[in-house]
Each structure stands twice: as structure tokens, then as C-alpha cells.
Design a protein around this ligand. Structure first.
Ligand SMILES: [Fe+2]
Length: 375
């Protein structure tokens, strides 16, 4: 082998490895793409970069039309336009499930020449996205006559196949996300229905649960908890007194102070609420928060008398929201005590009964931000 041939081999190997490396990077980027716009963006640049062509198009099938959704070219092609699938080369590729390789578009009867006359295109290659049931096509264009190599077609088909997998992944993720949303909506509707049940029985609970839920979520957001955690506090708030459904209405609306025995009966509502919800898998975290919403930091609460970090933080938030809302609302046995009295109770017992972080967050919301917490 002479020096010239050696040099040629070396150059070819270098080009091969740099193309393979670039292709691998593109495949990696496509595998992490989370939306169609990103996929199209990656593909249109990669096509030109890897083939050295003068233009690239990303075409999607839209029923019996081809939609030229994206392009990257030395001068405009057909971005945004739709052509009937049976008069368009991308359509031919999709209908025949095979690439179209055309060295001279003016000599190929499949080309709708009027659509090309204004463009720079002389040669093209188009490959289907998904060969079994094409959902689109990737086009590659040259301004001068170009004889497409086997490697170029391979590269385009790899890009198209990877784009197809990414598009499938996105559809799959979107479906899962839509199902999760539906499930959440069903859960919220169920919780609201449950809340209405207990509110039918106890007029004074009506609105109270919703307001506690709003206050609880606002505190969670103020502290900077994650959205999922704030949503959980809100949902627990909406039904936190559900256990009162088992307590006689006369007792719930008694216009006088309760006896110790009566109060003990009322105190069973947090455990009763837990028992109602604990067997619904999705609601177990909410059931636990409800169980603990009358526990206090120093262990003086009920039903278990746990304290400090033993109490779920979400339950600690709900208890502060509950105390604040209860004191600022009318009760059968007393008028509303007002915001100042409620804040004083919380501040006085900060660190003893209630978490200082939570009380500070509520005080900041009410005093500094002027939140009024309506229904
Ligand atoms: Fe309660």
C-alpha cells in the first residue's frame, strides 16, 4: 500500500468515526427529548450536519395530507404547508413505506414539479418515519445534482427510526400523565363528595374544611414545600373532620360548652376519619394526616398523644390551619374570637403546641401579606 492510499484510508476512517460519534450524540439527544418540537429541532439540524445537504424537512402525516412541520434549508422550502398525500413525494414515501432517492427531480414523474420550481432543490432523498405504519417522513435536499450514498440513506433511516421511538415515548408519557390527571381529578371529586356528606350533618363544619384546606396549602407554599406535598395537605384539609359523621348532630351543634364526656366523644373524630379512609390505597397518606391533626408538639394532643417529629409535618400544618380557622369562625357555643386572638394563641404556644416554622409562616401570610382566606 503506497503513502497516498494509506492517507486515503486514514481520512476515511476519521470521517467515519466523527460521523458515528455525531450520530450517537444525536440519538442520545433524541432519547431524552420530551416534546415533538425538540425532536423536530434535533432532526432537522442533524440531517444537514450529517449528510452535508442544503436542506432538510420534517413532515408529519395529517390524515390524507402531508404537513411540512419543520425545515432547515439554505432558502425556504414548504414549512407550514400541507399537500395531498397522493401528490407529494413525502406522501409517496409514506404510502409505499420505502425511501425515495431522486438524483434529478426534473426527471422523476413522482415529483409535483410546480411545488419545486421556486426552490433550490435538484436532488433529494426522503425516508419514512416508521416503516411499518409511517407517521411522517424526513427529507434531505441538495441544490446540485447529488448521487446519494448507501451511508447517507442509512444515516437518514437511523434518524427517522430514532425519531419514531422518541415520538412513541412522548405519546406514552402524555397518556400516562393524562391518566394520572384523571385519577387525581377522580380523587378530588371523591373527597369533595365525602366533605359534603359530613357538612350536611354539621352546619358549622360547612366551609370550615375548605378554608382549613386553603390555609394549609398556603402555609405549605409559604414554607416552600413541594407542590405534591401542598396538594396532599389541601386534600387532607378538605376532609379532615370526616370522622364527625359518626357523632350525633345535637352534640356537634350544641350551643353550650361540652361536658368532659361529650368532649371525649368529639375527640374520637380524628381516629374515626382515619378508619374511614385508611383502606383506600390512594388515600392512606391523607388518612394518616387526618389521624394526627389534633396532636400537639408537647404530646398533649389526641388521639395518640405523640409529640415533636413523631407528628407528620403535614399534620402539624393542618393543626395550625385548623386552630386559626376555628378561632376566627363562629361556633354554636361562642362567637368568632377574631384574627388577633387566633394569632395570639398560636404565637403564645409557638414551640410548645405548634411548630414555630409553621406559625411564623401563617403569621407572615396573615400579617405581612394580608391574606384573608375566603372559601
Ligand atoms: Fe378536627
Amino acid at each position: 500500500m503506497d503513502i497516498k492510499e494509506n492517507r486515503k484510508n486514514h481520512d476515511e476512517k476519521t470521517i467515519f468515526y466523527s460521523t458515528a460519534k455525531r450520530l450517537l450524540t444525536v440519538v442520545q439527544s433524541l432519547s431524552t427529548a420530551r416534546d415533538l418540537v425538540t425532536i423536530m429541532d434535533i432532526v432537522r439540524h442533524a440531517v444537514r450536519d450529517l449528510t452535508g445537504s442544503d436542506g432538510a424537512t420534517f413532515v408529519l402525516r395529517d390524515d390524507d395530507h402531508c404537513w411540512y412541520a419543520e425545515e432547515d434549508a439554505i432558502s425556504p422550502l414548504w414549512k407550514g404547508r400541507r399537500f395531498p398525500i397522493n401528490v407529494c413525494i413525502s406522501g409517496w414515501v409514506m404510502l409505499n413505506r420505502e425511501p425515495a432517492i431522486i438524483a434529478d427531480i426534473y426527471e422523476d414523474s413522482r415529483i409535483p414539479i410546480d411545488a419545486y420550481r421556486e426552490t433550490f432543490v435538484k436532488s433529494l432523498v426522503t425516508v419514512p418515519i416508521k416503516t411499518t405504519n409511517p407517521i411522517g417522513a424526513i427529507g434531505c435536499y441538495w441544490k446540485d445534482r447529488h448521487i446519494t450514498s448507501y451511508d447517507e440513506i442509512n444515516i437518514l433511516q437511523i434518524l427517522a427510526d430514532t425519531a419514531a421511538i422518541s415520538m412513541d415515548n412522548i405519546n406514552y408519557q402524555n397518556n400516562i400523565a393524562a391518566q394520572a390527571l384523571q385519577l387525581e381529578k377522580a380523587m378530588d371529586d371523591t373527597l369533595l363528595a365525602i366533605a359534603k356528606m359530613v357538612e350536611q350533618k354539621d352546619l358549622y363544619t360547612s366551609g370550615h374544611q375548605q378554608r382549613v384546606a386553603n390555609i394549609g396549602r398556603a402555609i405549605g407554599e409559604e414554607i416552600g414545600l413541594e407542590k405534591a406535598c401542598c396538594d396532599m395537605i389541601y386534600r387532607a384539609g378538605v376532609v379532615h373532620d370526616i370522622g364527625k359523621i359518626g357523632i350525633p348532630s345535637e352534640l356537634l351543634s350544641k350551643p353550650a360548652e361540652l361536658s368532659a364526656e361529650e368532649f371525649n366523644l368529639i375527640k374520637t373524630h380524628s381516629e374515626a376519619g382515619y378508619q374511614i379512609l385508611k383502606n383506600i390505597n390512594l388515600l392512606i397518606p391523607i388518612a394518616n394526616i387526618i389521624l394526627q391533626h389534633h396532636e400537639r408538639l408537647d404530646g398533649s394532643g389526641y388521639p395518640m398523644g405523640i409529640g415533636g417529629d413523631e407528628i407528620l409535618f403535614e399534620a402539624q400544618i393542618l393543626s395550625v390551619a385548623d386552630v386559626f380557622e376555628s378561632m376566627t369562625s363562629h361556633r354554636p357555643y361562642r362567637p368568632a374570637l377574631g384574627r388577633e386572638a387566633a394569632l395570639e394563641e398560636l404565637i403564645t404556644n409557638k414551640g410548645k403546641l405548634y411548630s414555630p416554622t409553621i406559625v411564623d409562616a401563617l403569621v407572615h401570610l396573615v400579617v405581612d401579606k394580608g391574606l384573608r382566606f375566603q372559601d
